[in-house]
Write a new protein. Structure first.
Length: 324
């Protein structure tokens, strides 16, 4: 099964590129940028990666990304992950990035975009890896700010695939971002949003009805609402489930308690992703292996999950046909 999972051409739909920042690269970028980290060694950083919920994780995640300053930093961050993903047998990934988290720190949108887009180009040319780009908005910041960033991104609209919504979920319902998402729709961008990770099933309904999302990131709490499960199953809405993330953030106590098997039984359109691999104990391969160990899924199940992801990934028609 190990070999099968390595060789399975995997597609990752839910990945925060800032969440791929491993301590080794954090040190390299800190030194390059003359930044003193509050840690002396890579091991100290790993030891400090302790959190038991989403807000606790987010504090470390926003602190870690402070070493990202130049377009070269963003390029190196993305390229480092693309190479790792390629080695793990990933053939396509859709990456979220958080422009507001960088603008706030005085990093320009141009630096962020140039770095990420040049890495995408390099991956698509030099690795058998295609990359979709999702501009994500921070739901714990005002919707006005998100809208202004979307407008500011006009030189890059043609290179974006979608908008997303992430960060602290509880108390920040999706509906507040309706105007941002309707503007994105007007621009021809696809729409996705985190919902039903820590937040209630109602947030999933809001994301569907008020934001018009075509994919729901996480969505695991949909099981709390039978009517919603039927709707998601009837409409075959893609859910990007992140097993190791859910364990790390205490959404479930251990993987054996995860609702993934129940979600499959309910006929939901499930996919598997890593979310923030530097923080949650592994990338696509580790997530697949953990699912095998916890659920004993057969090859046909992993093929089905992969097919679900291929069908929903932000890629060209030709690329999809190649992968199917
Ligand atoms: C995130 Cl796991 C998760 N949830 C919400 N927002 C995020 N941003 C980065 N990782
Ligand atoms: Zn996420």
């Amino acid at each position: 099964m190990q070999d099968f999972l390595q060789q399975l051409p995997k597609v990752e739909l839910h990945l925060h590129i800032e969440g791929t920042l491993e301590p080794e690269l954090m040190f390299k970028l800190a030194s390059r940028n003359g930044i003193t980290l509050p840690y002396a060694t890579v091991d100290e950083v790993r030891d400090a990666y302790r959190f038991d919920d989403l807000p606790g994780f987010l504090a470390l995640y926003f602190q870690g990304m402070d070493v990202l300053r130049t377009s070269q930093d963003f390029h190196d961050l993305a390229m480092t992950y693309f190479m790792r993903a390629h080695e793990e047998g990933v053939v396509h990934l859709d990456m979220h990035f958080d422009p507001q988290a960088h603008l706030q720190r005085g990093v320009t949108l141009e630096a962020v975009m140039q770095g990420l887009l040049s890495a995408r180009q390099e991956a698509e040319q030099s690795l058998d890896l295609t990359v979709g780009v999702i501009m994500a908005f921070l739901r714990d910041r005002p919707a006005d700010e998100a809208l202004a960033v979307l407008e500011q991104a006009s030189p890059f609209w043609s290179q974006l695939d979608a908008v997303g919504l992430d960060s602290a979920e509880n108390g920040n319902p999706p509906g507040e971002f309706a105007s941002v998402f309707s503007r994105a729709a007007e621009l021809g961008l696809a729409r996705v949003a985190h919902a039903g990770e820590e937040g209630p099933a109602d947030y999933i309904i809001e994301a569907l009805d008020m934001l018009g999302v075509e994919r729901v990131d996480h969505g695991v709490r949909c099981l709390e609402d039978e009517t919603l499960v039927k709707r998601l199953s009837d409409e075959q809405t893609v859910l990007t489930v992140c097993p190791l993330s859910n364990v790390s953030l205490g959404v479930v106590k251990e993987l054996g308690d995860h609702p993934l098997p129940a979600m499959l039984d309910a006929g939901l359109n499930v996919t598997i992703s890593s979310d923030d691999p530097a923080y949650f104990g592994g990338g696509m391969l580790a997530n697949h292996q953990a699912c095998f160990e916890a659920f004993g899924w057969d090859e046909a199940t992993f093929y089905q999950l992969t097919r679900n992801a291929i069908e929903a990934g932000f890629m060209s028609r030709d690329r999809r046909a190649d992968l199917l």
